[in-house]
Design a protein around this ligand. Sequence first.
Ligand code: ATP
Ligand code: MG
Length: 253
Amino acid sequence: MTAMVKAEGVHKSFGPVQVLKGIDLEVAPREVFCLIGPSGSGKSTFLRCINHLEKINSGRLYVDGDLVGYRQKGDKLYELKDREVAEKRRDIGMVFQRFNLFPHMTALENVIEAPVQVKRESKAVARERALKLLDRVGLADKAGNYPSQLSGGQQQRVAIARALAMEPKLMLFDEPTSALDPELVGDVLDVMRGLAEDGMTMIVVTHEMGFAREVGDSVVFMDDGVVVESGHPREVLTNPRHERTKSFLSKVL
Ligand SMILES: Nc1ncnc2c1ncn2[C@@H]1O[C@H](COP(=O)(O)OP(=O)(O)OP(=O)(O)O)[C@@H](O)[C@H]1O
Ligand SMILES: [Mg+2]
């Protein structure tokens, strides 16, 4: 079975600062893969490398068997053109800490925007799917609301619906609930749990250890640009082997 994401010795620096120092990991199709670790350990950078918002310095990164950002011919690598990179990126949905909805568009318009503009889908088809997606994230009755008329948790669920509208094969979540008031977190996590149940492959950077334990198939603890420890959530979260993992967990649990 082809891994959905495979990293081999991935290195990334910003100038002289090494942020990723050789990341090796594999995410299987349909897996919910939770990435935890202290601030500055390189979690967001790694996500950004997966959809080629950042270019890696060395190593290999594959999404669904394809090298990210390059085409391989024999043993030579050729960089993809911007247009080709953009095409690949469409298969990957990304949800950030801040919702980044278009403020001048309703929830529905936010969700149909990319399918219509990027995929050249008809408005009718896009609209029908968008309404289903808004229903799926529990916002069927908010389709006509502008972002300013929605709570943070509702905006984040629109952002998830918007990412799903492109029918991605992989979803990346970068601390999707950490900007939310505590009472709004649950609804967003419930939507993510539903996605997991439907078999979506997900990489989730999160501080929600409850979510990682209940929904995660695996947990990776990253620190200072390396994978310190990985495995089943039960092992990593309840029985960590490394001091660094123990010390991190004692602070967040
Ligand atoms: N564009 C950039 N230019 C220079 N340094 C950067 C850039 N992006 C990230 N870094 C640095 O890389 C390191 C890792 O950052 P990253 O955002 O990946 O960490 P993180 O694990 O996501 O942290 P957090 O939990 O706070 O979100 C940090 O030291 C950060 O300052
Ligand atoms: Mg981050």
